[in-house]
Write a protein of this length. Structure first.
Length: 93
């Protein structure tokens, strides 16, 4: 599939407490599959459809956030450099 075809669609309305998710993105599917295993009472895989899959979860699990401020991005970069950045292991002569 082309990247443009790997869409994710989330649908919900004000009357229902459930969100329906369709995704053809392999990374998003893997994450939702993991949530289904870890939280079977919250996330459910409804069906698979060719390249995509349908999931359901409570609407409260769908979150929208503010963009990070420059300070937050800088703090994240510092933490990454300090703790997460892969160390280059080379033999020293």
């Amino acid at each position: 599939m082309l990247k443009e075809e790997m869409e994710t669609t989330i649908q919900y309305d004000r009357a229902s407490g459930t969100a329906s998710i369709y995704t053809a993105d392999p990374a998003r599917r893997a994450r939702l599959d993991k949530f289904c295993e870890e939280y079977p009472d919250v996330y459910k895989k409804v069906k698979e459809d060719g390249d995509g899959a349908f999931y359901e979860c409570p609407k409260r699990c769908i979150k929208f956030g503010r963009p990070a401020s420059e300070t937050q991005r800088e703090n994240g970069r510092r933490l990454y450099e300090k703790y997460l950045k892969p160390k280059h292991s080379g033999a020293k002569s």
